[in-house]
Design a binder for this molecule. Structure first.
Ligand SMILES: Cc1ncc(C[n+]2csc(CCOP(=O)(O)OP(=O)(O)O)c2C)c(N)n1
Ligand code: SF4
Length: 539
C-alpha cells in the first residue's frame, strides 16, 4: 500500500487494477482516455497480464467487458459520455443479463464541452439502466469506488457505473492505495441461459432487476459515500453531488459550513436521507456538476412545497461546469477576483498543426469544390474537424462519430451532387464502416475521403485499428478496387490530388479516397520512442 499522486482518471485505473480487474476495454475520448493509458503503462497490469488494448468503439468495449464478466472475471469498460450513447444498447441490456464477474463502466462527462459535442449527464443512463452508480467527489473516492465497484457489481449481479467529470479526471491529488486483490478464477454463470435475452428469459431477468431496486436503494442509504452532515442554520440545506461537494468545501476551508449538507456519491438516490434534509430545512440548494439530475427529482413530490434552488431556478447557471465561485454566489458569499488572464495564455482558436496532412487535403478539396459549389461536404470528429474554421471553411457538418458518411448518403439520396464525406481513419473503424456498407448496398454516389494519419490524433495519438489495412477493409466492404484511391497529401502533389478528387466526385457510385500521411505530432513522438529504445538497447 502506498500513497500515489494521481489524476482522477488514473485513480480509477489504479483502483481497478488493485480491485482485481482482469481487463480494461475502452475507446479513447477526452476526459476518459487516461484511464486506459495508465493501465497500458502500468507494470503490475503487465505482470498480471491484464487486458489493456484499445477497442474499435465503445459498444465493442462494453460487450467485451461483458464477455469477460460472463467468464467470471472482473472487467472495466471506459469511455467519454457520448461514447455511452454508442454503447447504450450493450450497456442497458447488460443490466438485464446481469453479470457474473464484477463489471464497471467508467464514464467521463464533460460539462462545458471542453472537448465534446454536448454536456449530457451519464447519471441519467445509470437511472435508465436501473443499476447502482457512483460519483466520486475527489481522487481518493475515485480510487475507492473503482476498487470496491467490482464487489458492488458482484453483490447485485449487475454492472456498476462510475460517473465523473472533467476537472476530477484531469486534476491530481494524493491517493492512498489498498491491498491488491487477486483476479477472479474463470467460472461460468450458474444459469446457462442467463445471458440469452430471448423474450421469455428477458422478462424474467427484467423482473429480477426490478426486484432488486429496493435493495440497491437501501445500499445507497447506508453508503459511506452518502453522508449527512448536520448544521445549525436550517434556513438552507445543501445537497452536493460528486465533485460539487469539493467545490462547496472550498468555500469553507475550516469545514465550518453552517448549513446541513447531504453529500451524495452513490445512487439510486437515497430518498430517506433527502427526506430528512427536506423536512429539516426551509430551502434546499442542489449542487451538481452536470444536469439538474437530483434537482429535477426533488422538485416532484419529495420537495413537499420546499423551495428548491439550483440550476432550474437560475441560482446556478443552467449550462456549463459547476465551480467554487458558482457555489459562493449561491450562498451569497464574496467571490474573490482572481488575476486577469495574461494575453499569452488567453483563449486562442484551435488550428491544425503546421505541416499537418489535413491542411493539404482541404487545400485540394477546396480547389476541386470550386467547380461544384458549396455546402456539400459532411465531416466527422477528429483533428480534421478544424477544417470548419478559416482559412478553409471546408466542411458543413460534425455530429457524431461516423455520421459524415451516412449524412453524405442521405444528402446524395436527396439529390446533392457531389456528396462528400471527410472522416479520419480511427473514426472510420469506430463507426464509419457500417455507414460505408449502406452506401455500397445501394451504390449511392458518395465520395468518402478517409484522412489516414495512422493514429487517433485528436485524443493524443492512440493506435488506430485501420492502420495498414484501410484499402483492404474498403474493398472487403464492397467498394470497387478502382475507386479506392490512395494519395499523398503534400503540397507538391496538390495538382494530382485535385485531379483524382475531380475524377471521383463526378463518379456516380461509391468511391473512397485515402490521403495517407502520418500525423506530424505522432511522427515526432514515435521517433523519440524509437530513439529511446535504441539507446536502451545499446546501454
Ligand atoms: C462516441 C465518441 N467517442 C470518442 C470521441 C472522442 N474522439 C473525438 S475524435 C476521435 C478520433 C479521432 O481520430 P481520427 O478519426 O483518426 O482523426 P484524427 O484526429 O487522427 O485526425 C475521438 C476518439 C467522440 N467524440 N465520440
Ligand atoms: S495532431 Fe496531427 S492530425 Fe492533429 S492537427 Fe496536429 S498534425 Fe494534424
Amino acid at each position: 500500500m502506498e500513497k500515489l499522486l494521481l489524476l482522477g482518471a488514473e485513480a480509477i485505473a489504479q483502483g481497478a487494477i488493485d480491485g482485481g480487474m482482469s481487463g480494461v476495454y475502452a475507446y479513447p475520448g477526452t476526459p476518459s482516455t487516461e484511464i486506459t493509458e495508465y493501465v497500458q503503462k502500468n507494470k503490475t497490469a503487465r505482470e498480471k497480464n491484464i487486458h489493456r488494448q484499445w477497442s474499435a468503439n465503445e459498444k465493442t468495449a462494453v460487450e467485451a467487458a461483458l464477455g469477460m464478466s460472463y467468464a467470471g472475471k472482473r472487467a472495466m469498460a471506459c469511455m467519454k459520455h457520448v461514447g455511452l450513447n454508442v454503447a447504450a444498447d450493450a450497456f442497458i441490456n447488460s443490466a438485464i443479463t446481469g453479470v457474473n464477474g464484477g463489471m464497471i463502466v467508467a464514464v467521463a462527462d464533460d460539462p462545458s464541452m471542453h472537448s465534446s459535442q454536448n454536456e449530457q449527464d451519464s447519471r441519467f443512463f445509470g437511472k435508465f439502466a436501473m443499476i447502482p452508480f457512483l460519483e466520486p467527489s475527489n481522487q481518493q473516492e475515485a480510487y475507492d469506488m473503482a476498487y470496491e465497484g467490482f464487489e458492488l457489481s458482484e453483490k447485485f449481479k449487475v454492472p456498476v457505473l462510475i460517473r465523473f467529470t472533467t476537472r476530477l479526471s484531469h486534476s491530481r491529488s494524493g491517493v492512498q492505495t489498498k491491498k491488491p486483490k487477486d483476479q477472479n478464477r474463470l467460472t461460468y454463470p450458474e444459469d446457462p441461459i442467463q445471458f440469452v435475452l430471448l423474450p421469455f428469459n428477458a422478462r424474467k431477468r427484467y423482473n429480477g432487476l426490478l426486484g432488486i431496486q429496493a435493495s440497491m436503494e437501501e445500499e445507497a442509504e447506508k453508503s459511506k459515500y452518502n453522508i449527512y452532515y448536520d448544521g445549525k442554520d436550517k434556513s438552507l440545506g445543501i445537497i452536493a453531488c460528486g465533485i460539487a461537494y469539493n467545490y462547496l468545501m472550498e468555500n469553507f476551508p475550516d469545514r465550518d459550513c453552517p448549513h446541513p449538507i447531504l453529500k451524495l456519491g452513490q445512487y439510486p438516490i437515497p430518498y430517506s436521507k433527502i427526506e430528512k434534509l427536506v423536512n429539516e430545512c426551509e430551502q434546499i440548494l442542489v449542487l451538481e456538476d452536470g444536469y439538474p439530475f437530483v434537482e429535477e427529482q426533488l422538485r416532484g413530490f419529495l420537495s413537499k412545497g420546499t423551495k428548491i434552488k439550483g440550476r432550474l431556478d437560475g441560482t446556478i447557471p443552467r449550462a456549463g461546469e459547476l465551480n467554487p465561485d458558482h457555489v459562493a454566489r449561491a450562498l451569497n458569499k464574496n467571490v474573490k477576483e482572481g488575476f486577469a488572464v495574461p494575453k499569452i495564455v488567453s483563449n486562442r482558436p484551435p488550428e491544425l498543426c503546421a505541416g499537418c496532412a489535413h491542411r493539404d487535403v482541404y487545400d485540394a478539396l477546396n480547389e476541386t469544390m470550386k467547380e461544384f459549389g458549396k455546402q456539400k461536404v459532411f465531416s466527422d470528429i477528429g483533428c480534421y474537424t478544424l477544417g470548419a474554421l478559416p482559412p478553409w471553411n471546408a466542411i458543413n457538418s460534425c455530429v457524431d462519430m461516423g455520421a459524415s458518411i451516412t449524412m453524405a448518403k442521405g444528402a446524395a439520396d436527396a439529390g446533392v451532387r457531389p456528396s462528400v464525406a471527410v472522416i479520419g481513419d480511427s473514426t472510420f473503424t469506430h463507426s464509419g464502416m457500417t455507414a460505408l456498407l449502406d452506401c455500397v448496398y445501394e451504390n449511392t454516389p458518395v465520395t468518402v475521403i478517409v484522412a489516414d494519419n495512422a493514429t487517433t490524433a485528436m485524443t493524443g495519438g492512440q493506435a488506430s485499428h485501420a492502420t495498414g489495412r484501410l484499402e483492404e477493409i474498403c474493398i472487403g466492404l464492397g467498394v470497387k478496387p478502382e475507386h479506392v484511391r490512395v494519395l499523398t497529401p503534400l503540397p507538391k502533389y496538390h495538382n494530382e490530388m485535385v485531379k483524382v478528387l475531380r475524377e471521383e466526385l463526378v463518379y456516380e457510385g461509391v468511391s473512397v479516397i485515402i490521403p495517407r500521411r502520418e500525423c506530424i505530432v505522432e511522427s515526432v513522438a514515435r521517433s523519440k520512442r524509437e530513439k529511446k529504445v535504441k539507446t536502451e538497447e545499446v546501454a
